[in-house]
Structure formats: C-alpha cells, structure tokens
Design a protein around this ligand. Structure first.
Ligand SMILES: [Zn+2]
Length: 321
C-alpha cells in the first residue's frame, strides 16, 4: 500500500501532522509547538519534525498537504504572509518540503482546506455546491463550486468574513468597514456584551463575573444565553442576524446548496444562532433561491484542516494520473 498521505495543519501556536489513508482516516498523529518565537526557520523545522514523527516509512507516502494561516499562493506553494508564524513573507514551503522529503507537496490556506475537508469527508459530502464558514476569533471560509474549491486570480478567494454588511459599521482588522467578521466573530460578541453591561443593562452575566465586565468571555455569554438571559440571547441573535445576511449575499452570488458552519463560536452556540440564521436566509433571500438550501454544523472538529490537507493531496494526485 502506497496510498498514504501526510497532512499538516500549521497554526500560530502548534504544528500538527497526521498520517492518513486516501479515505481520510487518520492512522497516526503528532503535534508540537510551531516555535514561532524562534523565527521563520524554527517554524519550518517544526513542520519537518512533525512530518518525520508520523511518516515512519517515506516510501509509503504519496503526497504531503499543508494548511497554513494567511494568504497562500496555492500553485507555487508559497506562504505570502503569516504574521502569526514569525512574520513569514513569501516563504516557499512547497519547494522546501519537496527538496527535503522528495514527495509531491501541496499547500493551501487553512480555511480553504477546511472547506475541502468538510466537502470530501464531512458535512458537505455528496454536495457539489457548498460554502464553508468558520466563526471563531475571525471568520474565514472556502467556496466549493462544481465540486472544486474556488481559488480566484491569485488563490485568495473565499474571504467570506470580509463582506461589508453595515456601511456604518465598525472598522475591521482588514481595513474595511462593517465586515461580517467585525460584526459577528468571537471578539464582536464579547465587545457587544461588555458595552451593554457598561451601559448598565440588566443581565445575569453581571453576577457571573462578579461585576468585573473585563472578565466577560464568550463562554460566559453563551452560558448565560443558554440559561435564558435575555441580553446574552439577544447578543447571539444579533451575531446570527449578520451571519444570516452574509449567507443571503453568498447564496445570491453562488447559488449554494449547503452552508457548513464551523469554528468554536458557531459550534458551541449552535442552538443560539441557528434559528436566526435560517430565518434571515428565508426572509431576505430570493424565495426561489433559498428553497431547499440547508445550513448545517461542521462535522470534522479540530481535524478539519488536517483532513482538508489530505483531501487536497487526494484531489491533486488523482488529477495528475
Ligand atoms: Zn474585514
């Protein structure tokens, strides 16, 4: 059997590698610090070490797939910029790994690969038109059209978190205003809760943090909301309203069949956000377009980027046959 794949999820804190089979089954895994504090070469060394730990027999490995945070040149396999990875700029990770291991290597943006993972092995299986959205500290995603990841001119497509949904909204980290991300990601939910509490709003969150508004976290807000606190519930409904508007816009642009929503914020608060998201989609999209569209939770959890990297290798090697 020589159809094993090495999948790598290179994050700002950890480098993770998995040995997978062609069906996305993880046979072995290893993780260690990405070592970003020690510089760019230390990050690369960390990637090499995680691969060596799971690739006990290199002759069995058909390909290596790597998911990285930040904009990637998917054809050349270059990490254009990764502020979380010791400030990597134009780092040729594909060429370096192919030189060191002699194995075909493919690279993608982590959220893009997560979309491929859910499409191939998770909640989007069997669907040709799917959009994956991850909602955590930021909002990212990937767009699957006709069973293919949409890459765009330079490979940067799928920045679903940076569609403007409020022209009078707050400034986003990306430089734009009123982006979905700045309205509905984890930090937005926390910011909205703190502002409301500072303004004197009644909520059981006050007691939960002993009156210290700075201690309000996403976990506190979701717990209060699940216990029926009106303010906390309203904050999730507001975030879900903007996510729903984002889905409307994406649906109108891409005629998507299934939206797969992942990331810590969405998964932990699914019951709080799902009703509003789906109502907004039905209320504001063309009726003929929203009919039959599903919004479902992601299925692959923390392994989504690893399995996406495996899906990428799988697809590339089948294509090149
Ligand atoms: Zn933005």
């Amino acid at each position: 059997m020589t159809d094993q794949i090495i999948a790598v999820d290179l994050g700002g804190t950890q480098a993770r590698a998995a040995l997978c089979d062609a069906e996305g089954k993880i046979l072995d895994r290893y993780a260690q610090s990405a070592n970003a504090v020690a510089g760019v070469e230390a990050v690369y060394t960390s990637v090499v070490e995680t691969i060596r730990r799971v690739a006990t027999d290199l002759a069995q490995i058909r390909g290596i797939g790597v998911g990285v945070p930040g904009p990637v040149g998917p054809w050349q396999g270059i990490i254009h910029e990764a502020p979380n990875l010791a400030g990597m700029v134009d780092f040729p990770i594909k060429a370096r790994l192919e030189k060191d291991f002699g194995i075909p290597t493919f690279v993608g943006n982590d959220a893009n690969l997560a979309a491929m993972g859910e499409h191939r092995f998770g909640a989007g299986r069997g669907v040709s038109h799917m959009i994956y959205i991850t909602i955590s500290t930021g909002i990212g995603g990937g767009i699957i059209v006709d069973d293919q990841l949409l890459l765009g001119w330079r490979g940067f497509a799928g920045e679903v978190g940076h569609q403007t949904l409020d022209a009078n909204g707050p400034l986003c980290n990306c430089g734009n205003i009123g982006c979905l991300e700045v309205l509905a990601a984890g930090p937005a939910i926390e910011r909205t809760a703190r502002e409301a509490l500072r303004a004197g709003r009644e909520s059981k969150m006050n007691a939960m943090v002993g009156g210290d508004v700075e201690r309000v976290t996403g976990a506190i807000i979701s717990r209060a909301a699940l216990e029926g606190d009106p303010l906390a519930k309203g904050i999730y409904e507001r975030a879900a309203f903007y996510i729903g508007l984002g889905l409307v816009s994406l649906l109108h642009n891409f005629d998507t069949q299934v939206f797969v929503i992942g990331g810590g914020v969405a998964i932990h608060a699914w019951d709080l956000i799902y009703p509003t998201m789906s109502q907004v989609l039905v209320k504001h999209a063309f009726p003929s377009m929203s009919k039959g569209v599903r919004i479902v939770p992601a299925q692959l959890g923390d392994d989504v980027v690893l399995l996406g990297a495996a899906a990428l290798v799988n697809e590339k090697l089948q294509m090149s046959k």
